[in-house]
Design a protein around this ligand. Structure first.
Ligand SMILES: Cc1cc2nc3c(=O)[nH]c(=O)nc-3n(C[C@H](O)[C@H](O)[C@H](O)COP(=O)(O)O)c2cc1C
Length: 389
């Protein structure tokens, strides 16, 4: 399975084409719209999210609620487009004044503006920021929602939550089940399980906003029900943990990734890191602990997959850092685009989507490719085999 995305932040629409999604999967627009709405929520987001109410249109690859095996085209229109038809128009402009073009010449430190302009030779950095904007993650969430449908039909559940914002850490993480984690975090404005930390996170966001600043944080994705042995140790580009790591760091503003106890492993003895193997007739092989976050040798262990991603603070600041105007080479405060002060809660939904995609893609390629019914049968056989092994 693979997908492409296209579209500018203030262009007419965002598009994704998904190739290789198996036939026979139940798929409705509402499955995708639920996740699009989840991405738009979250304390700390700016006015753009109030303007946009994202809804998907499925334009190909689905008939009467079932996938056909052919490419699936998903589009999400930008409601704000009507205000940008000149600035972002496809046709050459008749009125070439700067006012009409909304040219950007003062790159924001931390964003793609300057490097993108140098790379593609754009003197107007709007040509860069319109695509480097995280608006693109809308259709990555749409793709992830399709992946989550595949996983759901295989009895695999995916959840995400926020474990840190602006230095405030969630301490209470003792959820009894993934369902409980989902129920609590869906009600939280910062998608946090710990109510004490939630309050402090909101305060930290308010404080950053007041100062014209931004803050980042850490999100966690948990996936339960993946059978052991998905991915591979035999070649570097088939290691599933590596693919997930790349997917996480490909999210705008994500700078780090860890599995299970992650970087903490560097500070412990091996005996305090590796998970002891146990066996019972009912469950087959499991681990006493899950410090490695569900991976050994690039393959799933059958334990929950636990992956965390670090999001840096958003680069656009209402009290901007200094930059250089590329026209005059004079120092200037960086440009201000309409912006969030914290998008960590929304980013956790994006992380959930990209992780779901990688896992679904690995399962589809390993267990049958073309048909949902055969994939489901093969996954079940694998579960049984692993138990009796
Ligand atoms: C959900 C989400 C929302 C974001 N919103 C903004 C924003 O409003 N303003 C901004 O400057 N950056 C925002 N970002 C981050 C930038 O898109 C990102 O920093 C930029 O593309 C440069 O890429 P890099 O940080 O990965 O190097 C957001 C990221 C995510 C995941």
């Amino acid at each position: 399975m693979r997908y492409l995305t296209a579209g500018e932040s203030h262009g007419p629409q965002l598009t994704t084409i998904l190739e290789g999604v198996p036939a026979g999967l139940t798929l409705l627009a509402e499955h995708i719209n639920i996740d699009l709405a989840r991405r738009q929520k979250g304390y700390g987001r700016g006015r753009r999210m109030q303007i946009e109410k994202d809804e998907v249109k499925i334009l190909s690859g689905v008939r009467h609620g079932k996938t056909l095996g052919s490419p699936i085209t998903l589009v999400v229109e930008n409601r704000d487009w009507k205000h940008w038809t000149n600035i972002m128009g496809i046709e050459p402009l008749e009125d070439e004044t700067e006012e009409v073009k909304r040219k950007v010449t003062r790159p924001r430190p931390g964003h793609a503006d300057l490097n993108g302009a140098i790379k593609y030779g754009h003197r107007d950095m709007r040509n860069v920021l319109e695509r480097s904007s995280a608006r693109e993650t809308t259709v990555r969430v749409a793709a992830g929602a399709v992946a989550k449908r595949i996983l759901a039909e295989l009895g695999i559940q995916v959840a995400s939550h926020v474990v840190e914002i602006g230095g405030v850490k969630a301490e209470k993480l003792d959820y009894a089940s993934l369902k409980e984690l989902q129920e609590v975090t869906e009600q939280s404005p910062v998608r946090c399980f710990d109510p004490v930390a939630e309050k402090k996170m909101i305060e930290a966001i308010d404080m950053a906003k007041q100062k014209g600043d931004s803050i980042g944080g850490i999100v966690e994705v948990v996936v339960e029900g993946v059978p052991a042995g998905v991915g591979s140790y035999v070649h570097y580009d088939r290691k599933l943990d590596a693919k997930i790591a790349a997917a996480i760091v490909s999210i705008n503003a994500f700078k780090g990734v860890e599995f299970g106890i992650g970087f903490e492993a560097a500070r412990r003895f091996g005996s305090e890191v590796h998970d002891e193997i146990i066996w019972s007739k009912e469950t087959g092989y499991t681990r006493k602990t899950n410090r490695l976050g569900g991976f050994e040798g690039g393959m799933t262990t059958g334990m929950p997959i636990v992956v965390r991603g670090v999001m840096k603070p958003i680069p656009t600041l209402y009290k901007p850092l200094m930059s250089v105007d590329i026209e005059t080479k004079e120092p200037f405060a960086a440009s201000i685009e309409r912006s969030d002060s914290c998008a960590v809660p929304a980013a956790s939904v994006v992380a959930e989507a990209v992780v779901a995609w990688e896992i679904a893609a690995a399962i589809v390629s390993q267990f049958g490719q073309d048909r949902m019914d055969l994939i489901a049968e093969n996954v079940e056989k694998m579960r049984q085999y692993a138990k009796e092994f």
